[in-house]
Write a protein that binds this ligand. Structure first.
Ligand code: GFB
Length: 316
C-alpha cells in the first residue's frame, strides 16, 4: 500500500481522469494531494517541470495529463496529439526519476493497440500490427509513455507502472460537440435537440463500430489498486470486458435524454477502430473489477451534466 500521508502529485487534475483521482484519493484519506494548473506549469517544458518537482518533492505521481479528444479531434490535430503528449510524458517521467519519486503510475489508452488486434485485446497485442490511422499520433505518444516507464525501470530501477484504460466517461468530461468523445457529445446533442424540439439527432459514423465504456470513478479506483498492489514492467488493461455497438450506445443515451427521437447516422464522419474491447483478465487476477453498470453510469453522468450546466461549470 502506498503511504496515505506522503505527498502525491496528480499531473492533469482538471481533466476527466485527474478530477476523478482527486475525488478518489481524498475519499481514501490521502492528506497531501498536490496539483498545479496549466497556467502555472507547462508540463511540456522540462526545465519548468524539473524546477516544480525540486520544490514540491512528490513521493508518488499519477501521470494522467495530456492533450486528449475524440476520433474527429484526433484525426484533424495529429501533430498536437503527438507532440504535446510525447513532451508531457517525457518531462514528468524524467523529473520523477531525477528526484527519486518512489512510484509513478502512467495512464495510457486502449488506442495503443493495432487496428486489427484480436478481440478482446490482450496486453501482448502491443506493437503487433499497424495502428488505427485516425489516432496514430496519440497512440504513438502513448506507446512511447509505456516504453519510458519500462526503460526507466530496466535501466534505473524506478518503480514506474502503466495502466491502459478503455474508453472512459463520467463527470468532468469535455462536452464539446466536435472535439469530445462519443458519450458526452451524444448526451449534449440529444439534450439540445430535446430543448429545441428537433425530430432527429445526428450520430457520427455507421453505428456499427463497437466500443467498451468504463466509468471514470471505476478507473480511479483501479489506478489506486494498481498503485497499492502492482510493481512490474508490463502495462495492465483496465476496462469492463463488455462492449456494444455505437448504435446501441446512442439508443441507450436517447432513452435517457430524449426518448423516441430518430437517429440519423452520418457516415461522412469516421468510425475509427472497428472494434475495441479489452481483455481484463490480468487485472481481475489481481482482485479488481469494474462495478458501475453502463446505464447506471450514463444516468449519473447525465444528472451531473444537468447540474454542472445549472452551475455554469461545463467544459464545452
Ligand atoms: O468517443 P470516440 O471519439 O472514441 O468515438 P474512439 C467512438 C465511436 O463513436 C466512433 C462514434 O465510432 C465514432 O464515430 N460517434 C458517434 C461519435 N457519434 C459521435 C460523436 O458525436 N462524437 C464522437 N467523438 N464520436 C478515441 C481516440 O477514439 O478514443 C483517442 O481517437 C482515444 O485516441 C479515445 O484513444 C479513447 O474510440 O473512436
Amino acid at each position: 500500500m502506498i503511504n496515505r500521508s506522503a505527498p502525491v502529485f496528480i499531473a492533469g487534475h482538471r481533466g476527466l481522469v485527474g478530477s476523478a483521482l482527486v475525488r478518489r484519493l481524498t475519499a481514501d484519506g490521502f492528506t497531501d494531494v498536490q496539483t498545479v494548473g496549466r497556467k502555472d506549469l507547462d508540463l511540456r517544458d522540462q526545465a519548468a517541470v524539473d524546477a516544480w518537482f525540486e520544490v514540491q518533492q512528490p513521493r508518488y505521481v499519477f501521470l494522467v495529463a495530456g492533450t486528449v479528444g475524440g476520433v474527429y479531434a484526433n484525426s484533424i490535430r495529429p501533430a498536437e496529439f503527438l507532440y504535446d503528449n510525447l513532451m508531457i510524458h517525457g518531462t514528468v517521467v524524467q523529473a520523477a526519476h531525477r528526484i527519486g519519486v518512489k512510484k509513478l503510475l502512467y495512464l495510457g489508452s486502449s488506442c495503443i493497440y493495432p487496428r486489427h488486434a484480436d478481440q478482446p485485446i490482450t496486453e501482448e497485442a502491443l506493437l503487433s500490427g499497424p495502428l488505427e490511422p485516425t489516432n496514430e499520433g496519440y497512440a504513438l505518444a502513448k506507446i512511447a509513455g509505456i516504453k519510458l516507464c519500462e526503460t526507466y525501470r530496466r535501466q534505473y530501477g524506478d518503480d514506474f507502472i502503466s495502466a491502459m484504460p478503455t474508453n472512459l466517461y463520467g463527470p468532468g468530461d469535455n462536452f464539446d460537440l466536435e472535439g469530445g468523445h462519443v458519450v458526452p457529445a451524444l448526451m449534449r446533442r440529444f439534450h439540445e435537440a430535446r430543448l429545441a424540439g428537433e425530430d432527429s439527432v445526428a450520430v457520427w459514423g455507421t453505428g456499427t463500430a463497437r466500443r467498451e465504456f468504463l466509468h471514470v470513478d471505476d478507473l480511479a479506483d483501479a489506478c489506486l489498486h494498481l498503485m497499492d498492489h502492482y510493481s512490474a514492467a508490463g502495462h495492465i488493461n483496465v476496462g469492463t470486458g463488455i462492449d456494444l455497438t455505437i448504435r446501441e450506445l446512442a439508443e441507450a443515451i436517447r432513452d435517457l435524454v430524449y426518448p423516441g427521437v430518430k437517429l440519423e447516422f452520418d457516415s461522412s464522419k469516421p468510425d475509427g477502430m472497428p472494434r475495441k474491447v479489452l481483455d481484463v483478465s490480468r487485472l481481475s487476477e489481481m482482485g479488481w473489477s469494474a462495478s458501475t453498470p453502463l446505464v447506471e453510469g450514463l444516468t449519473a453522468t447525465y444528472d451531473w451534466f444537468l447540474e454542472a450546466g445549472r452551475r455554469g461549470d461545463l467544459r464545452l
